[in-house]
Design a protein around this ligand. Sequence first.
Ligand code: OOG
Ligand code: NI
Length: 462
Amino acid sequence: MTVQPFISPDLIRQRFSRAMSDMYREEVPLYGALMALVEQTNRDVLERQPHLAEHLRSTGEIERLDMERHGAIRVGTASELATLARLFAVMGMQPVGYYDLTPAGVPVHSTAFRAVHEAALRISPFRVFTSLLRLELIEDPEVREFAESVLARRSIFTEGALRLITQAETTGGLNEAETAEFVLQALETFRWHHSATVTATQYQTLSAQHRLIADVVAFKGPHINHLTPRTLDIDIVQTQMPAHGITPKAVIEGPPRRNCPILLRQTSFKALDEPIAFTDQNQTHGSHSARFGEIEQRGAALTPKGRALYDRLLNAAREELGDFPNEANAARYNALMTQHFAEFPDSLDGMREQGLAYFRYFATEKGLAAAGLGETSLQDLLRGGYVKAEPLVYEDFLPVSAAGIFQSNLGGAAQAHYGEHSNRQAFEQALGRSTIDELELYAETQQRSVEQCAEALRINLT
Ligand code: OOG
Ligand code: NI
């Protein structure tokens, strides 16, 4: 008997990401329209800005651009979250970061499952923003108990998916045939269901507590609620959306437009109202809106110092605005953001010298030709042109932005105030493991690149 080799988790993730995109495009045609718009915009931008194209080529990002996307799901119980962590682990995805959305009136806390090593991210940067409903925040004890009992009855994974997860864990991987089966089985968890698992009245009760609660509790599984392609110019896409029959949210979340993009900018179109059937109706009668479209533009990952500056400027602009950004105050919000962010250095050298962003260092041709320079510093190598620095791409999410995305697709009625806040410990207990600190990952990637430079140039860095 010949032993079939294991498929690498990175390739399983790449295949799953493709399968998910195909499924979502079939389910939500507007996602296909958005993808086409993003692809066209990216092509135009690359044509107009050859230096950007060159930069993306030299960092290997050009290859991942077209397949880059993130999605989001929401689950209802600790055991669902823990099993999801095991499912994503088969694809080399780990829970990175902890996001508390309750300050923004959304009763969930979240993490992002993603690859953690730069080599793995290059093969497939697919990420899934995963939220756990905080049932303890439902005020009405009767509704809470009802929600718990409905969730306790459902099983969001197929038998086949559970079997293959266990098999990957015990044998150390999946072969070709098992991978193909795993992708099919895993996909079922994220599929949309046209029928709810509750009656119309029960749905109304859940929805009256918070629309998000109905979205999580009233269905058979955690349908993927959006998939987000990465664009090179989000402002262009935002302005062109209406001409393509897509209505964007009022403002772009994240930092304002800059020469040197930082962190993450996002915008979305409103959730679609979709027909659903309740258990007490045999035909489609009700409707539910959950699924929407989103685009993102990614920039440099910031150090703790850079992030603190970002948070301070964002808070200052929002405080001065005095309200959540919306259609009526969008122009003022954009002006305030630009004004406050003038304080954030907008050049790569400026950000590097002030320790605001993480970088990856590459040995240049000149550096390689002069290898063996002896003892020197990174600063001298950069100045002499022996090494060059490229900012690390931010691979994560932003809590204030995520809350803005949630709000825009849940509608204004979804505002609520919760006294109880952040509870990372409870989240990690539900997850069955701790979440990884994203800042450590960027610091490690930066450090590895410095070491590779030293090795390639055969030097001792001081
Ligand atoms: C997730 C919203 C957050 C993002 O990109 O920040 C998000 C959700 O609506 O479930 O996707
Ligand atoms: Ni998103």
